[in-house]
Design a protein around this ligand. Sequence first.
Ligand code: MG
Ligand code: MG
Length: 265
Amino acid sequence: MAAIYYKTNEEIELIRNSSLLVGKTLAEVAKIIKPGVKTSELDKVAEQFIRDNGGTPSFKGYHGFPFTLCVSANSVVVHGFPGAYELKDGDIVSVDCGVYMNGFHGDSAYTFTVGQVKAETLRLLKVTKECLQKGIELSVTGRRLGDVSHAIQEHAEGNGYSVVRELVGHGVGKDLHESPEVPNYGKRGSGPVLQEGLVIAIEPMINQGKKGVKTESDGWTIRTIDNMPSAHFEHTVAVRAGKADVLSTFEYIEAVLNKQQQLVS
Ligand code: MG
Ligand code: MG
C-alpha cells in the first residue's frame, strides 16, 4: 500500500475549502431534484456552480470518468452516469461530488429522496447516514482504522442491511484517492493507528438486500446484484485528538431540504 501522506493544518484548511464548495454544490443540486428532472440537468448545474466558484470538478476526466457528478439511483450503488434518466416519484438518488481547488480535493456524497419514498427505503437512508456518523465518531487519534470500519459494519448489519465490499473510502488530499483505503467492514483493533493530519473520506455504501454488486457495460455503473436499493453518504474528515473535524458539510443541503419540507406541509 502506498504511504499515507499526513497533512499540515494549512493543507487541512485548503481541503476544508474544497469540501465546503462540494457541500454548497450539492445544495444547488438539492434545489432541483424532483420527479421529471433528468439526471444530466443535475450534472450541468453542479459543473457550472463549481466553476463559477473557482473550483474544478474532481471527477471529470478522473480515470476517464466523463462527468462532474456520480448520480446513482435506486439499485445503483455508486459511479452512475448522469444522463437521460428522469427521476421519478419514489426514487432515491445518491449524488457524489468532488471539487479540486488550490491544489486540494474535497469529496462528499448525499442520498436524496424524490417525492414520496417507501418507509423501508427511508429507514435504509437513515441507517446509512448513522453509519457515517459512527465512523466519524471513531476518527480520532489513537484509534485504529479497523475501529472505524467495524463500527460502520456493525451498525449496518445490526439493522439487517449488508455492506458493499468492492468499494471503499480513501485518503483525500492532493490526489482524490490517496492511501489508506477506508473499508466499511473490518475488525476492531486492526489497521493503522489514526494520527493527526490524516484526512479520509468515509463513505458507507449500504445495501437493503444482499452485499453483492456488479459493474454494468459502461465500465463504471455499480449496481446491486439483487436490484434492491443501496444508499451512500460521504464526508471528508480530518482525524483529531478527542473529536474528528468534519471538513465537508450537509448543512447547506439540509437547509434546502428543510425549506422544501416546510413548503409542502
Ligand atoms: Mg465521493
Ligand atoms: Mg470518495
